[in-house]
Design a protein. Structure first.
Length: 137
C-alpha cells in the first residue's frame, strides 16, 4: 500500500497551518517554502483541503490560512479523505472494486480486512494536534 503525494503533502500542509493557527495563520507561499512544495502544486492541495472544510482564509489577517476547527478535532483520516475515497490495503477491499472470483473461498480476506481496519483506526485516532506536538519535541 502506498499513499499518494497529495495525501502526504496535505498532512504536511495541515501541520504547518496548525503550527501557525494561533498566530493568525500562514501564507501559502510560506507553507510552500517551509515544506519545499512548489506553489503551483500546493494550489491543488490547498484547494482540496478547503473543499473538505478543513482550512479557510483568515479574512482578518490578509488571507493567511487557518484551520476551520481545533487541531485536536481533525484526524489524519479527515485529511486523507480530502484526497482519497477510502483506505484499501488491497484492491478487493476498495469501494467499487470488481467482484473477486475467489471471494467465497479466500483464505486471506480476513487478514487483509483486519489490517485495513487497523490502518483506518490508526488514521482516525491520530489527530493533527498529536502530530503538532511531536513536531515541537
Amino acid at each position: 500500500m502506498k499513499f499518494n503525494t497529495k495525501t502526504r503533502y496535505g498532512i504536511r500542509t495541515m501541520i504547518e497551518i496548525a503550527l501557525h493557527d494561533t498566530r493568525g495563520g500562514i501564507f501559502q507561499k510560506d507553507i510552500a517554502q517551509k515544506q519545499d512544495i512548489s506553489v503551483k502544486y500546493l494550489d491543488h492541495i490547498v484547494h482540496a483541503l478547503k473543499v473538505a472544510g478543513l482550512i479557510t482564509r483568515n479574512t482578518n489577517n490578509k488571507g493567511k490560512y487557518i484551520l476551520t476547527k481545533a487541531a485536536k478535532n481533525i484526524s489524519m483520516y479527515d485529511i486523507y479523505r480530502a484526497f482519497e475515497n477510502e483506505i484499501a490495503v488491497v484492491e478487493c477491499l476498495a469501494p467499487f472494486a470488481p467482484k473477486c472470483d475467489r471471494e467465497q473461498d479466500c483464505k486471506t480476506l480476513c487478514f487483509w480486512s483486519s489490517l485495513n481496519t487497523k490502518v483506518i483506526e490508526h488514521f482516525s485516532t491520530t489527530t493533527l494536534f498529536d502530530l503538532t506536538q511531536k513536531e515541537k519535541i
